[in-house]
Design a protein around this ligand. Sequence first.
Ligand SMILES: Nc1nc2c(ncn2[C@@H]2O[C@H](COP(=O)(O)OP(=O)(O)OP(=O)(O)O)[C@@H](O)[C@H]2O)c(=O)[nH]1
Length: 305
Amino acid sequence: MNNDSIAVTLVSGFLGAGKTTLLNRIAQQPQHGRMAVIVNDFGELNIDAAIIAEVTDAVFSLQNGCICCTVQEDLLAQLVSLSQLHPRLDRIVIECSGVSDPQRIVQTLGYPQLKAHLHLDTVITLVDASGYSHLEGEFARLSRAQVACADLVLLNKADLVSAAELQSLRATIGARTRVISTVQAQIPDTLLLGERSPRNGFTPVPAPHHELFESWTWQGTQALPAKTLRDWLGQLPKDVFRLKGLVHLQGNEQPFWLQHVGNRSQFTLASGEHAQNSAQLVFIARRGSGLRAALEAQLQEMQGL
Ligand SMILES: Nc1nc2c(ncn2[C@@H]2O[C@H](COP(=O)(O)OP(=O)(O)OP(=O)(O)O)[C@@H](O)[C@H]2O)c(=O)[nH]1
């Protein structure tokens, strides 16, 4: 590795585990030097990039596909272009989408056209402590693969589970990796800058893993009634893994970022300019769930209330 080599941090973890929360934190810390952030969102709108753009300008977006398979070529091109910037970057942080297998991205970073310019510093995987053990089948397998690739695991959302549950999750994840419990992905800065531990022999999850998921965007044109929307969110089927985007709520000038994971929703005031009363919501659900038409009709109806 030469002295000019740019350090790369990979941030991985299942849908809604807290990756963007961590990225927001990192992006605001000047000690990481000249840094660029690459954000991959599986949906056709890159909500995460828009959120991170509220705290830093150096955000590059890869959307509408999975960074480890369908938009892998775009990642390669983006990394080549970032590695040629002057003055040189000190660090690139890549936020994988929640459906990605980070092991495939580790392989991409080893391509000859990148190897001379970049080196992998740390793979951080966030685990939603309240949701990890509820994942089943292929979804659980993908989530375990994300953990297996990590140098550092953040058992995030520790505020939502008991000490005993945290203990049991630690035991499940195993002793091989550093595991830290966090709330809102809050960790000491020094832990983000590590040396990658030697890793051998991982088998990436088979390529069509992104086909386990489907994503669609609903665009609204009117403000929604807050209470009805909250009640609706509280009853979403568990096949909806993730829902996020921008909404206007009746009686409020400014729009809100809506985040929904598991059975929890959060609204935070959005800054910047946004079209009046519009809504853009990205859904990520189990492929074949057949939920789209009914959920869209319900939102449509809610607009008229
Ligand atoms: N209660 C609780 N909520 C958290 C914590 N960390 C993050 N969240 C919330 O969880 C939701 C999802 O967080 P994000 O950071 O967007 O998750 P993500 O992994 O980037 O999501 P995707 O990119 O869609 O996979 C947001 O509403 C966060 O505010 C935590 O430690 N505790």
